[in-house]
Every structure is written in C-alpha cells, then in structure tokens.
Design a protein. Sequence first.
Length: 195
Amino acid sequence: MKILGALLMLACAPMGVSLQGASIVATLDTSGLPAGDYGLDLQLIDGDGVVNNTATFKNIAFNGLILNTLLLTGTATGTIGSTITITDADPSPDPFSGALQSFAVTGGASSIGFVLTFSENFAGGFPDAIFAGILNSSFATLASLMVDLADPTVITPVSDNGITVSATDASVPEPAFTWLVGLAAVAMSLRARRP
C-alpha cells in the first residue's frame, strides 16, 4: 500500500498546475478616432533568439470599420476572417513576424475585438513579446496592447488618441490539474482504508 501511494505521488508530481496556453480577450474601441486610414498591427517579437512560441489571434471582429488590405510578414499565416497565427521567426534575418490589416474609419461607433491565445516559453535573456496596436497612416502607434512572455500575467494596455484598449485574462487550467486532484483523492482514500 505504501508503494502504491508513493507511485501515485511520483506520477502526480510533475503535472502541477499549468495553462493550456494563455488566453486574452481584447477590445480596442476606435469610436474616438477621426475619419481616416489606420492599421491593426499584430506581432510576435522574438526576444530570446529561440524559436519556441506561437501567438494565435482568433474571432477577429471589425465593427463599424471598412477593411482594406492585409499584409502578412515573416511566419504569419491566415486571414482576418478566420485566424491569424504567428510563430517565432529565426531572429538572425528579422525578429519580427506579424500581420498588418489596414482599415478605414468613417465615423460613429466602431471597435476591433479578438481572442489572443499564446504559448509561454521563455529561454532566458530578453523575453518574446506579443504586440497588438492601432497605427495611423504614417505607421505611428496610437494605442496598443503588449504581453511580455516572461510574465504573461502582465498585460499592458495603452489607451491613447481616442482609442480605449481593454483586455481580460481568459486562461483556463489544463486538464492535468483535474487529474492531479483526482489521483490525490484516490491516494488519500486508499490510505484511509488501510487498517
């Protein structure tokens, strides 16, 4: 019985509580922008020099805006109508991979929303980062959302220039946690049944 309990504890030890991939729900309220041309810039910036992370932008919705062209760079794939996926690029030629969706504001209520899921690998040194920002026609950043993958609990929204940026953590515990709790309950019940 002691051997069974020890085996169960050893089996559970490496599981811990982790995330299936962190997830953030973001909204960029663009209602305060004057009429004109702008861009949504989505990037995964490789800081640690190791190809080890992926960022996926899903459920991308442009409300009250007119979409123009989409430019994909580096390892970015997909379409705004479905999903944009960006993986780390080899940093030696260019550490930037991303998508730039141009759009026009005509006035009135408008917003951009998306769900961002990402891996959280960090090899040391400078961390990878995920950037989502609104650019003006001169490519200057008007407002942004930044996630540092060394500590993805730190989500930095920067609201400015009539744009309100909001983001909420929507991460879900991995099923491994449920297994850990279940195995611990079995181990405790077996231990309690012992005469």
